[in-house]
Design a binder for this molecule. Structure first.
Ligand SMILES: [Zn+2]
Length: 302
């Protein structure tokens, strides 16, 4: 039985169980109000694709009804199951940011993407993401953000959303004033703390502020966070912007004072101790190191 929750639209949030954590990695099913048509925002990792197929059946649809698949960016907890969904859904197209598309279609770049994930997460945890088969060019449509598209009977505005990664877009459901934010508004699991997600290699604080300015300008009511669930936009966005400032400033201070990277990670784990509410110790260390690394590299570049 798929774990489903209805959100405004109406749409359905699926708990993919991705990365081995409950209520951490969402995918969203958007049924057409009048027709047998379904769009999917975010896919979770490929190893968890069956949770999405279960959910499609649970809400009374069939993979043949799926018309669009919208992973907000190419990281495998967001786009990993795209190839499995395209395989099973003959009428679907994937909508991919043009800056990320080559990494999902060109076999050599797919290998590079998988190798970089394995390097980042370690061989031990790599299986949690699963593999990725290159997508066929004719199965995808590339976008830059700024487009207005019609999916599943809704008018959706795509928002260019760099900062976390340059190949990210967000999806604004105009009528229901809800934005699917991918990783652009951080991580906030039910009852969990607000956490940053600033991974290497392309975290960019200035670009992220631009994204938050664009999100603020929408005056959205609700954000649907991939990690995990819906939040009130007017409360969440300022809190997230402040959290991002504090997190990067903290790392910048260590960087400027000549603290070693390892010592910085230790200090961050002390300062962000509340993350233990959702992560086990190993995951907490891994997440802290990865997100500190993104900021560290950005500071080295600037
Ligand atoms: Zn990501």
């Amino acid at each position: 039985m798929a774990k489903l929750q209805e959100i405004p639209g109406p749409a359905y949030m699926v708990d993919t169980g991705g990365l081995g954590l409950p209520q951490y990695c969402a995918a969203f099913l958007l049924p057409h109000p009048d027709e047998d048509e379904l769009a999917i925002v975010e896919t979770g990792p490929s190893v968890n694709a069956d949770t999405i197929f279960d959910a499609i059946h649970t809400i009374g649809y069939d993979p043949r009804d799926v018309t669009q698949i919208l992973p907000t960016h190419i990281h495998l907890d967001h786009a990993g199951a795209t190839w499995r969904l395209l395989d099973a859904c003959p009428n679907a197209q994937a909508i991919i940011h043009e800056k990320g598309a080559p990494y999902l279609t060109d076999p050599e770049k797919v290998d590079k993407l998988l190798a970089s994930v394995e390097r980042a997460v370690g061989t031990e945890r790599f299986h949690e993401y699963g593999t990725f088969e290159p997508l066929r060019e004719h199965d995808i449509e590339t976008v830059t953000g700024g487009e207005t598209i019609h999916i599943a009977g809704r008018e959706m505005e795509l928002i260019d959303a760099p900062g976390h990664a340059p190949h990210q877009y967000n999806v604004h459901d105009i009528e229901h004033n809800l934005v699917y934010t991918g990783d652009a508004a951080g991580i906030k699991t039910p009852n969990g703390p607000l956490l940053m997600t600033t991974p290497p290699p392309a975290f960019d604080l200035e670009a992220w502020h631009g994204t938050l300015d664009r999100l603020d300008a929408l005056e959205a009511e609700t954000l649907a966070l991939t990690h995990f669930g819906t939040v009130d936009a007017s409360e969440h966005l300022p809190a997230f912007r402040e959290g991002l400032e504090t997190w990067t400033a903290r790392i910048q201070k260590q960087h400027e004072e000549g603290t070693t990277f390892e010592e910085t990670v230790k200090r961050l784990m002390d300062a962000y101790d509340e993350a233990r509410a959702i992560y086990d110790e190993e995951t907490f260390r891994f997440e802290t190191r990865m997100n500190a690394q993104g900021v560290w590299l950005w500071l080295d570049r600037n």
